[in-house]
Structures are given as structure tokens and as C-alpha cells.
Design a protein around this ligand. Structure first.
Ligand SMILES: Nc1ncnc2c1ncn2[C@@H]1O[C@H](COP(=O)(O)OP(=O)(O)OP(=O)(O)O)[C@@H](O)[C@H]1O
Ligand SMILES: [Mg+2]
Length: 471
């Protein structure tokens, strides 16, 4: 699983945490910015709303106090005035509140009570009431009242409004606003995640092209004019890099192909002349020297031919006519060759009577010949060699195995590299140049198949040639 975050390089000595996902960083940064903006807006809006609301309450309360009604009220009118007061403040309480929005009290200078609301709190007796002009805030337990007074003759009238109810309504509003901000934040995060994915698309496209690149398909390019201007330069640089890579790759292929081609003719001439000299050699010492020279020339010739074929494969020119034929006789011939060359070897065959594949007989013989000659060269002396084949999902799996002392893990991946030979090949001075397996793999791939090392344990080495079934 990919890790999204890991501690960044610690230059200061203190362990710092760094998010490694660019997309996650963009999402978090844009969401944090949006949430900070919402928070500032929320604080500014709520402070203004709270202050403005207090002003409005005070304004209505002052308007009631300065009205003409109290001075001319008859005893029968006071309950109506009380109800009217409550109604005027009911809009400032949370929905479903049951009265108690405002309170009213009127008393004469001699202390006689003219009127008192039923909800008038006992704690606010006349002694506890603030006397000065203007409006006052008085706390009564959990409740908070805003109170003002007005005089009409010897009568003092007190009007109060329940600020706790107004504050509760304000809190409900602000909670809703906060919840809406949370939902908005989540939506912004989703949007930022989506937009960052869209922003990454050109990079993903470029990565896809890079992943699809291989040596035989270097002529892919990304159309710069289809990308956004911000990425067009990156695409142009990438295309230019591909141009240079392709040029130098083609140069290298052409060079090895041309060199091999140029060497082929002189080698053939040299081989012919050496054979001619051998047939006319006067002394046995001359014959021996000529045989050694002929062997070296043949070795060189085989290297040149392999290099020529590999350069054709690199240039994508190793195209084989895929005509169906039976591979079984080729495998039988190779088994006979082993028995002739090394009679001490036990050869085990597990082959179907008909092994139909599509391709070129000579090229596939070359692949199998290299596998078999490797099994003879690198297998345990006096050990067994096995050739087996089975069909699996429309493919033939042809295994060439031998008794072995194993191939060290560090060599296994590199056996298919050109000119690579494991230590034992060098140490035991076994003839070969290390081109056989790389060429065999190219030929297998040109047939739509594959060549794999499937077993390299202590007792057995097994190479598998996979080929599409011919019928
Ligand atoms: N059956 C095997 N058992 C153990 N090692 C093997 C076996 N087949 C191949 N190898 C190792 O893989 C290396 C590469 O094999 P490859 O056939 O490419 O080259 P080569 O046999 O050395 O030379 P040539 O080009 O003549 O085939 C060999 O040098 C050897 O170290
Ligand atoms: Mg070989």
C-alpha cells in the first residue's frame, strides 16, 4: 500500500511530518483556507448580529417606555398592555417558547401596587430594581433581564424584556450557521479532492506515456497543444527528451547492426581461406594451428550472427512468418543430440505426440538448442536433463530442466542480459559468450511468447519457453 505521509528529511534535528501525497496536500490546504475564511466570516457576522440584536431590543423597550399608554391606563387595561408587551417581544424567543418574554410592574410612591405581571420574578422586588435613568441588565439566577422605568405622576412603571430567551434564540441560529459551515467545509474538501484529481490529469497522462515506453516503441509523443498551457512546456521538454533518446538508441542499434554486418563478409572469407589452407596443410602442427584458428573464427562468426539478429530485434525488425508446424520432431532431434554428445546423461522426455505452434522452425530450433546446450554445459556432470511440454490456457509451456547445483539469486535476473555470464561459467571456463538467452528471449517474444527462468533451486534448473498454441 502506498504511504500518504512520512516524516520529511530532518535538517533541523526536530522530527517534522510531511504529507507525501500532493493531492492530499492541495485538498487540505484549500479546505483549511476555505474554513479559515468561513470562520472569520462567522465571527464577524455573529458579533455584528449579537450587537445589532441588543440594540433592537433596547430600541423597542425604550419605545414602549416612552409611549403614552401607561399614564392613562385604567386597572382593566393593564393586563392588555402586559399581553401587548409580551407579543411585541415574542419574535425574539426560540420557537415553541411559552410566554415570559416581557414583564411589567407599576406601583405608586406610597408603595401600593397598581399592576404586576404574573411572571414578574420574586427576586426583582422593588428594593433590587436599579433606579438610575436608561436601561439596565439584571441577572435573576439563570435568567437575564433588560429593565427600564418611567414615571407618570406618583406612579413608577417598570418594563423588562427577557434577554435569556433572545440569547437562546441567537444560539440556535448560530449553531445552525456553524453546522452549515461544517457541511460547506466537507463539500469544499470533496470539491478540492475532485479538482486536484483533474489538475493531476496531465501529469497522469504523461506518466502513462512514460510507463508505456519501451526500447522498441520510442516513437510515442504527447501532443503539447492539447495540454493546458501550464503543462505544455513540460510536455515539450518531455518530447524533446524522447527525440534525443530515440536518436541515440537508433544510432546504437544501427552501429551494432552495421558493425556486425561489416564483420560478416570478412569472417566468411577468412573461414573459407582457413578451410582451404587446412586441406593443403603440409604438416600435422600446421593442421592443429589451423583447426584452432578455424574454431576461433567460427566462434566469432556465431557472435556476429547473434549480434546481427539482436540488433534486428531492437529495431523491431525481427518479424517471423507465423506458419503452423509441429515442434515435436525438433525436440526429438535435440534429445538424440544430447544422447550422442553426452552418453552418460539421462534424458527424460515428457512430450505430447503433436506439439503444434506457429512460427519459424529454424528460429525456434535455435532457442531450444541454446536451452539444451546450456543444460549440457551448466548441468551437473552425469546428471539428468528433462524436456517436457504441456498446454496451458491456449499456450504451450515447454520446459528444459537439468540437474544443477542452483543459480545464485543475484544472477537469476541478469541471465537474460547481453554478454552476462554467471561466475560458474567463467570459473569453469565453459565456452560461450552470454548472448544465447537474450537472443532466445527476443525470438520467443517475436513469436508472441516468452522465455522464463522458472526454477533455479539447488537440485534443478528449469527454463520455460511459452508459445501460443498453433491450432
Ligand atoms: N541450465 C543452466 N544452468 C545453470 N546456469 C545456466 C543455465 N543456462 C544458462 N545459465 C547461465 O546463464 C548464462 C547465460 O546463458 P547464455 O545461454 O545466454 O550464454 P552462454 O551459454 O554463456 O553463451 P552463448 O551465447 O554461447 O549461449 C550462462 O553463462 C550461465 O551462467
Ligand atoms: Mg548458451
Amino acid at each position: 500500500m502506498k504511504r500518504a505521509a512520512q516524516p520529511g528529511p530532518d535538517k533541523s534535528g526536530a522530527g517534522r511530518f510531511r504529507l507525501r501525497s500532493f493531492r492530499l496536500r492541495i485538498t487540505l490546504m484549500s479546505t483549511a483556507t476555505a474554513l479559515a475564511a468561513i470562520l472569520i466570516l462567522f465571527v464577524a457576522a455573529s458579533t455584528t448580529i449579537v450587537a445589532r440584536r441588543a440594540q433592537i431590543l433596547d430600541h423597542i423597550l425604550s419605545a414602549h417606555l416612552s409611549g403614552p399608554g401607561f399614564g392613562v391606563a385604567t386597572p382593566a387595561l393593564w393586563p392588555a398592555i402586559d399581553a401587548h408587551l409580551n407579543a411585541s417581544f415574542s419574535a425574539f424567543a426560540p420557537q415553541g417558547s411559552q410566554g415570559g418574554y416581557a414583564i411589567l410592574r407599576a406601583s405608586r410612591a406610597d408603595g401600593s401596587l397598581v399592576y404586576r405581571s404574573t411572571s414578574w420574578p420574586a427576586a426583582l422586588d422593588t428594593a433590587a430594581l436599579p433606579r438610575g435613568p436608561g436601561l439596565h441588565t439584571v441577572a435573576d439566577g439563570a435568567l437575564e433581564w433588560r429593565l427600564g422605568q418611567v414615571r407618570h405622576g406618583d406612579m413608577t412603571v417598570w418594563v423588562g424584556v427577557n434577554r435569556s430567551l433572545s440569547n437562546a434564540q441567537l444560539r440556535v441560529t448560530l449553531w445552525r450557521f456553524g453546522a452549515a459551515a461544517g457541511v460547506l467545509g466537507a463539500l469544499i474538501a470533496l470539491l478540492a479532492w475532485y479538482l486536484s484529481a483533474r489538475a493531476m490529469r496531465p501529469v497522469e497522462h504523461l506518466t502513462g506515456v512514460m510507463l508505456g515506453l519501451n526500447a522498441s516503441d520510442l516513437d510515442q509523443r504527447v501532443a503539447a497543444d492539447e495540454e493546458d498551457v501550464e503543462f505544455a512546456q513540460l510536455v515539450t521538454v518531455f518530447n524533446a527528451m524522447l527525440d534525443r533518446l530515440q536518436r541515440s538508441f537508433l544510432q546504437a542499434i544501427r552501429f551494432s547492426g552495421d558493425a556486425a554486418h561489416e564483420l560478416k563478409t570478412p569472417l566468411t572469407i577468412l573461414q573459407g581461406q582457413l578451410e582451404h589452407a587446412f586441406t593443403h596443410a603440409a604438416k600435422p602442427e600446421q593442421e592443429e594451428a589451423l583447426i584452432e584458428m578455424l574454431e576461433e573464427v567460427r566462434r566469432l562468426d556465431s557472435i556476429v550472427r547473434k549480434l546481427l539478429m539482436l540488433s534486428r530485434a531492437d529495431a523491431g525488425q525481427l518479424q517471423v512468418p507465423l506458419s503452423p508446424f509441429d515442434l515435436r520432431p525438433v525436440l526429438d532431434e535435440l534429445a538424440e543430440d544430447i544422447e550422442l554428445l553426452d552418453p552418460g546423461r539421462a534424458v527424460r522426455l515428457d512430450l505430447p505426440p503433436l506439439l503444434m505452434v506457429k512460427g519459424d522452425t529454424d528460429l525456434l530450433r535455435q532457442v531450444l538448442q541454446n536451452l539444451v546446450s546450456n543444460a549440457v554445459k551448466y548441468g551437473l556432470p552425469g546428471g539428468w536433463i528433462a524436456l517436457s511440454a504441456r498446454q496451458h490456457g491456449g499456450q504451450w509451456q515447454i520446459d528444459v530442466s537439468n540437474a544443477s547445483s542452483g543459480i545464485a539469486a543475484e544472477h537469476r535476473e541478469r541471465l537474460f542480459d547481453r554478454f552476462y555470464r554467471a561466475d560458474h561459467a567463467h570459473n569453469r571456463r565453459i565456452p560461450g559468450v552470454g548472448l544465447g538467452l537474450s537472443l532466445a528471449r527476443e525470438i520467443a517474444r517475436a513469436h508472441g511468447g516468452e522465455l522464463l527462468l522458472v526454477e533455479a533451486a539447488q537440485e534443478c534448473t528449469c527454463f520455460r519457453l511459452c508459445l501460443p498454441a498453433g491450432l
